[in-house]
Write a protein that binds this ligand. Structure first.
Ligand code: SAM
Length: 354
């Protein structure tokens, strides 16, 4: 039975390799994307950057490219103890031939997470598995341009062997780096953090999405790339102009870009919000303070969010945002801390409107 004959709707063992750039955001982002896209899943195991789930591989593969922190998605074929003998036995008794035929070519790379199983050499294991897989399936090793790519993972107490279904292209955010955009401002957010905030807001293609403190549009850009209908608001005309130039550069048509005050939003209803209000350092608070802005902005945001809508807000740790949000009617869903420099750690709050 080859891949095309398998029942694609049935849940299988899917592995995801997440980025190690942050301790909590990658997993939260993965769960948020699966939930927002209504893909049923059950986490069966996780170790460091590896997460294993039961889910429909094709569905997970399709959303792989949406995540800022999803490096790889694939189907797990072998799960064994991490000794050479255990791996050998498990591969020999696996259903490898369901996935690979003699017409295929393949390569295999083994990664080790968390310094485990040091007695097993990765390079030797790659060579041995290449020989073994070739022997079992009749497929040829092709290091440069294979039709199938295997991933071996020495992670925690187990060895995992899987076929890669989606891999994040190398340098996929390079063209969107703040300095590469036509309009730059030091307050702008990096593409990865901006993308993860949009994903945490539960926005999917078609969602009406707003950044009410949009600056030069770092967050709007990521929401637009995900297919959202974006609305940006900023109190400073120069910023609105910058956001327009940046969005146009990436061939995006926002639903609206307005010079307005986020404490008095001229929009009736919105599906999702992700935003980074000014801290009074890089971006001006216009003679107010971050705390006071949030006290007026959060009730306003609550009043326009649809009933299941989410708001993701970044603010300096210590601003007291969780209490302000609760007073504004929001319920806490999740929180993360992102260290920026010695004097600034961002608190990222995911808030539910009901
Ligand atoms: C941290 S920056 C946003 C950066 C943006 N997220 C990005 O990635 O490019 C905050 C923005 O809030 C704007 N701002 C300050 N007070 C505002 C208010 N009351 N209403 C709307 N925008 C405001 C500032 O002009 C600034 O552009």
């Amino acid at each position: 039975m080859f891949a095309s004959q398998r029942n694609m709707d049935a849940p299988t063992n899917v592995f995801l390799v997440l980025s190690g750039e942050h301790p909590t955001l990658p997993l939260a982002e993965m769960k948020a994307i699966l939930d927002a896209n209504r893909i049923p899943f059950k986490i069966t195991d996780s170790f460091y950057k590896l997460v294993e789930i039961r889910a429909d591989l094709d569905a997970v593969k399709k959303i792989g490219g949406r995540g800022a922190f999803i490096d790889e998605v694939g189907t797990e074929i072998v799960h064994s103890d991490p000794t050479t003998q255990g791996i050998d036995q498990a591969v020999k008794s696996s259903n490898l031939s369901d996935y690979l035929s003699e017409k295929d070519s393949f390569n295999i790379r083994v990664l080790r997470f968390g310094g485990v199983s040091k007695e097993v050499s990765r390079v030797k294991l790659e060579g041995h598995l290449g020989w073994l897989i070739g022997n079992i399936t009749g497929a040829r090793v092709n290091l440069e341009n294979p039709t199938r790519q295997f991933r071996g993972l020495l992670a925690g107490p187990y060895f995992h062997l899987g076929l890669i279904a989606h891999q994040r292209p190398v340098g996929y955010v390079a063209s969107r780096r703040p300095r590469k955009r036509p309009a730059f401002h030091p307050s702008t957010m990096t593409p990865k953090l901006a993308r993860s905030m949009v994903n945490l807001s539960g926005a999917v293609a078609g969602t009406m999405f707003m950044d009410p403190f949009c600056g030069v549009g770092g967050i709007l850009l990521e929401a637009g790339l995900l297919g959202c209908q974006v609305i940006g608001i900023d109190a400073v005309r120069r910023m609105v102009r910058g956001a327009r130039r940046n969005l146009r550069h990436f061939e995006m048509n926002p639903l609206a870009l307005l010079r307005a005050d986020a404490r008095n939003i001229p929009v009736r209803s919105i599906g999702a919000i992700a935003t980074d209000p000014p801290y009074g350092t890089g971006a001006s608070t216009l003679k107010s303070t971050t705390r006071n802005i949030l006290k007026e902005f959060l009730p306003e945001a609550h009043s326009i969010l649809t009933s299941h809508g989410r708001l993701v807000v970044a603010s300096p740790l210590g601003t007291g945002t969780p209490d302000i949000a609760e007073s504004a009617g929001f319920s806490p869903v999740d929180r993360h801390e992102v260290y920026v420099h010695r004097r600034l750690t961002r608190e990222i709050l995911v808030l539910g409107a009901n």
